[in-house]
Design a protein. Structure first.
Lengths: 207, 386
């Protein structure tokens, strides 16, 4: 049961970061590309990754209650930066008044995740710039339709933070099997369903 | 201010902002279900145009509401790590159900609904809206179940210094949950009705050429408000015996606690009375020809939103000094972080949320002013396709 929940959490975080490259990457590229067209290509993916993030934090809370609070409050300022960036990015993309606001939001989110990576690995702060660079490269691969490189850069975006998480020793931090067992009935069928539905959104919108 | 005070203030502000979006989302999706069902059955263009116009406003509000929801969710871990540590096994279960069954699916169904316009079979498309509405209500269900646990903890056992889940079904039959859920549901429907009435009235004040369109919308708004408010008030008063039984000190938690409760009740009564008085005036469009009620309808839009916030202030402040009633004190649940860190995030989020509420207002106002027929000008990226 414990392993199952580690896998569920892993899948959800990988899902978020794999999809994050589409929109934050696009945001980071805005100074260098034709903006209306670039943003338009991102539309079907917009908000698609954030739902994975929400699900991941929900699972973190219920299945790893003793880890969630310590992890989040232990990096209070980093998460404040990530969340402020998220708010700014999503509002700016919707508002579509100033492209540099979209860029700033995307930069704040991705540097924020980079700082979390540095925090988890206990690495020096310049490591933080790995995430914006990876997101930007993935965004560029997506925007230029370089489908050969696409899975590679996708994986590169998806893996660093979940891998850094795996260094945390979770024994004793997880919920009781009563809670885990109950939630398993929900989590296991839902995730493939969401993958299928999100894939349909992209398929329909490109028709 | 201490870390506890700052964290509480931040929670109050974040939750209030978030709930404004939630109310409109739930209210509008309910009305959209009716509109699109009528369109799918009759095929009449006016119903399609209504679904599109109100759907556009709904999508703008939903997409910005998500943002506030994400901050809400992180906040538990950021500022209230003691809650997860102590009660995560129990309180986390409905919360995780909400993110997985409700929100995760809801957003995905909505995405398919948005991008499926004109590309899917219309019955399939309608069923996507039904699924979106159903999962939206499921969201309210699970969140209220989690909140009900904080008001009156049930279904747990104490093991060492943490709570364990003992009986999940007890969480779902918790009296502080079931009565409040109905209250919240009817509050959302009231918000939808009042909002629709007000927006339609605005178009009549501006002498819209879309008379039939907004006449139908106004009628729908008034009738919805008139039908929802009596149940809203009933579900509200039904909570008093439950409060008296499980939280007898609620009305003494703060010296001013009666004020928000009183304002909420006055607003609820006013909306009930006014909507029922308006019903006979719908005959032969008397209310539109009289003109002056139209102004009241526009001014009335914020009222149910305010009432809902007052209601939450009463419910949550009235629970103090407990976070989980009788089990965990609020001051014991706050994270071990510097007050300055909480202050920083408080300032950052509050200013961003004020900005967000303004953006929501501006985008909705833009969509409202443009009326039902728009060239595909981008109001928001998701709305382009609608």
């Amino acid at each position: 049961m414990e392993t199952l929940w580690l896998v569920v959490l892993g899948v959800l975080t990988v899902g978020y970061f794999a999809l994050a490259g589409f929109d934050y990457g696009t945001g980071l590229l805005l100074p260098f590309r034709r903006r209306a067209e670039t943003l338009h290509r991102m539309t079907p993916f917009f908000l698609g990754n954030e739902v994975w993030l929400v699900a991941a934090i929900g699972v973190l809370f219920a299945a790893f209650p003793r880890l969630e609070g310590e992890l989040l409050s232990g990096a209070h300022s980093v998460f404040t930066l990530v969340l402020a960036g998220l708010v700014l990015f999503m509002a700016a993309v919707q508002l579509r008044l100033w492209w540099w606001l979209v860029f700033t939001g995307a930069l704040m989110v991705s540097v924020g995740w980079g700082l979390l990576l540095a925090h988890l690995l206990e690495a020096p702060w310049p490591v933080a710039f790995a995430m914006p660079v990876l997101f930007a490269v993935h965004g560029w691969v997506f925007q230029t339709k370089n489908w050969k490189l696409f899975p590679v850069t996708g994986l590169l975006c998806a893996l660093p933070i979940p891998l850094a998480f795996s260094s945390i020793y979770t024994s004793g931090l997880m919920a009781h099997t009563d809670t885990l067992g109950l939630l398993a009935w929900v989590a296991v069928p839902i995730i493939p369903l969401v993958v299928l539905l999100q894939w349909s959104i992209v398929a329909i919108s490109s028709r | 201010m201490s870390a506890v005070d700052l964290a509480r203030l931040q929670f109050a502000l974040t939750t209030s902002f978030h709930f404004l979006f939630v109310l409109l989302t739930l209210g509008l999706v309910t009305l959209l279900v009716i509109m699109q069902t009528r369109f799918t059955i009759t095929g009449a263009p006016v119903h399609e145009r209504m679904t599109r116009f109100w759907g556009r406003i709904y999508v703008i509000n939903y997409a910005l509401g998500i943002v506030t929801g994400i901050v809400m969710e992180f906040q538990f871990g950021l500022n209230w790590s003691g809650l997860a540590t102590y009660a995560g096994d129990v309180f986390g279960a409905p919360l995780a159900m909400e993110t997985l069954i409700a929100f995760f699916l809801e957003s995905t169904f909505l995405g398919l609904w948005i991008f499926g316009w004109g590309r899917l079979n219309r019955w399939v498309h309608l069923s996507l809206l039904y699924l979106t509405a159903l999962t939206a209500y499921a969201s309210a269900f699970w969140i209220m179940a989690a909140n009900g646990f904080l008001q009156h903890p049930v279904g747990y056992r104490v093991e060492g210094n943490v709570l364990r889940l003992d009986d999940f079904s007890a969480l779902l039959s918790n009296p502080t949950f079931t009565s409040a859920l109905m209250h919240v549901v009817f509050a959302s429907i009231t918000v939808g009705g009042v909002f629709m009435t007000g927006v339609s009235a605005y178009h009549f004040i501006k002498r819209t050429p879309e008379v039939d369109f907004f006449r139908r919308s106004l009628r729908m708004g008034v009738i919805t408000t008139a039908l929802a408010t009596p149940s809203l008030i009933g579900a509200g008063f039904a909570q008093f015996p439950i409060i008296a039984k499980f939280q007898p000190d609620k009305t003494e938690a703060a010296p001013w606690i009666g004020a928000p409760l009183g304002f909420m009740i006055i607003i609820g009564m006013t909306l009930t009375m006014v909507s029922w008085l308006t019903l006979p005036l719908l005959i032969k469009d008397a209310v539109i020809r009289m003109r002056f009620p139209l102004y009241l309808m526009v001014i009335g839009i914020p009222l149910p939103f305010c009432a809902a916030i007052f209601g939450w202030v009463f419910r949550e402040v009235g629970r103090q000094p407990w976070l989980i009633y009788g089990l965990l004190r609020t001051e014991d649940a706050v994270s071990h972080v510097e007050p300055q860190q909480i202050l920083l995030s408080l300032i950052v989020f509050t200013s961003l949320f004020v900005l967000l509420a303004c953006v929501d207002w501006a985008l909705i106002a833009r969509a409202v002013r443009r009326g039902p027929d728009v060239a595909p000008a981008p109001v928001s990226p998701l709305v382009v396709t609608l």
